[in-house]
Design a protein around this ligand. Structure first.
Ligand code: PHE
Length: 451
């Protein structure tokens, strides 16, 4: 097993690429609507806490494993675990999870591409409150539109990956993160002057027990899974990117910066989106509908909304692109490392396979309708979503920290910390405190489902 040769060129490059992976659909749409329905300020406070005490140590652990193993996620576990124990499965789960996420992520990103185009040519003219839902349905059920946009998006992903780590992933992330940030900031500033701004900020930030539909463990669990997804944890990405980091890069400081950037963009996105939703009297708590049904209606109603709408959906595509790149890179890195395949070959093959599996998540595709009947109603997209986010990723994160605490040689951990004392504190926390916390939060939610 050889070491990875490709590398990011600078610390800023590592931060940009990792933030590019972290900042995605999860921030622009997942965070704010979850915050809205799960208790506003309460959710946000718990989310911040979990990002710091759960997300941060997991991200550091994944970077440590990648930097020490210098290979794809599965190989890293094998190389670093002399006894070859079950921890290899963490790698298998995480790479599989990330590939599965990519299959439906590209479908949703494809819809965003259609909306970007739609805004460009028609300025969302036909998106009245009464018709908006219908239009969304007709778009996602139109096989030509939805499938070609999914393919177009995946081609963009493949093109970036074909250019390699530094000239592809790193370069595009640096540019696109700046573009994305400027767009969201602009919309947030304009949103401040809209009539619904106050209500929007209240909805987002005011602690509200009324809006908590389930018990407190539900909020805690939602906050934890949202943190995992938003920070790209448990999905092999941070390990893979960690393997492209040179030995002098301070991965603790990288993790801190990525986490701050990711959380900041989540908040900013909420501050940008909700004033538009409230000013147009739209429903703030509808999941997928919020982005594709409510928002275009809002943009149509506001002055300058056409330009902002196009910019917004452009930002969504950009955010999704840098995340999807990282999702596919895990598989690419795996096949390059283990099977000595050429990057070009594996990028082409895995792109095609991701597109084919992704078709299952297309409502327009007959096959997915068959599965629907066969599995009794639940959509393929929802099932893949549950399997990846509800099972593979939580198990893999738990394995990752247990591996770091009980299998990884301590020297790999110690060398990343400035003082011996902080290394020890981190180590002890990873061994005992953190696993207990994660198990408790996961079990709490499971118990609630069972009872
Ligand atoms: N973090 C990305 C988002 O918020 C999704 C993602 C998950 C990307 C796991 C890579 C790995 O949308």
């Amino acid at each position: 097993m050889k070491d990875n040769e490709s590398q990011f060129s600078s610390k800023f490059g590592v931060v940009a690429a990792t933030a590019g992976s972290a900042i995605g659909l999860g921030n622009l749409w997942g965070f704010s609507y979850k915050a809205g329905i799960a208790g506003g300020g309460y959710f946000i406070a718990i989310y911040f806490l979990f990002v710091a005490i759960i997300g941060f140590p997991i991200m550091v652990s994944e970077f440590i494993i990648g930097k020490a193993g210098k290979a794809d996620a599965i190989t890293c576990y094998e190389k670093l675990d002399k006894k070859n124990t079950i921890f290899k499965w963490s790698g298998i789960f995480s790479v599989t999870g990330s590939f599965l996420i990519l299959t439906f992520y590209s479908v949703i990103a494809g819809w965003s591409l259609i909306y970007f185009y739609e805004g460009l040519v028609s300025g969302f003219d036909s998106f009245t409150p009464a018709r908006s839902g219908m239009i969304f349905n007709s778009i996602i059920k139109d096989p030509y539109l939805s499938i070609s946009s999914q393919i177009a998006f995946m081609l963009l992903v493949a093109i970036v990956l074909l250019r390699g780590i530094e000239a592809g992933i790193e370069k595009i992330s640096k540019i696109l993160m700046l573009v994305l940030f400027s767009i969201i900031l602009t919309i947030a500033i304009i949103g401040f002057f809209l009539p619904g701004a106050q209500d929007a900020y209240k909805f987002l930030f005011m602690p509200s027990l009324e809006r908590i539909t389930n018990n407190p463990l539900f909020i805690a669990n939602t906050a934890m899974t949202q943190a995992f997804f938003s920070l790209s944890l448990g999905a092999a990405t941070i390990i893979t990117y960690g393997s492209y980091v040179d030995k002098d890069t301070d991965i603790i400081s990288v993790s801190r910066q990525v986490i701050i950037a990711d959380t900041f963009v989540s908040l900013l996105a909420g501050i940008a989106i909700f004033p538009i939703v409230f000013s147009a009297n739209l429903n703030p708590s509808s999941g997928a509908g919020l982005m594709f049904v409510s928002l275009p209606t809002g943009f149509r109603m506001m002055i300058g909304g056409r330009v902002l709408g196009v910019l917004f959906f452009g930002a969504v595509v950009v955010a999704a692109l840098t995340s999807a790149i990282s999702l596919l890179e895990n598989t690419v890195s795996l096949f390059v490392n283990r099977f000595n395949m050429s990057r070009t070959k594996i990028i082409i093959i895995s792109t095609i396979i991701a597109i084919i599996i992704g078709l299952g998540s297309q409502e327009a595709f007959v096959f997915s309708m068959k599965i629907l009947r066969w599995t009794g109603k639940t959509k393929f997209l929802d099932q893949i979503d549950k399997l990846a986010l509800g099972v593979l990723i939580p198990i893999s994160t738990l394995f990752t920290i247990l591996f770091t605490g009980y299998r990884l040689e301590y020297k790999y951990i110690e060398r990343e910390f400035k003082s011996k004392k902080s290394a020890k504190i981190f180590y002890n926390y990873i061994k005992i405190g953190l696993p207990i916390l994660i198990i408790f939060l996961t079990m709490g939610d499971l118990l609630e489902i069972i009872l």
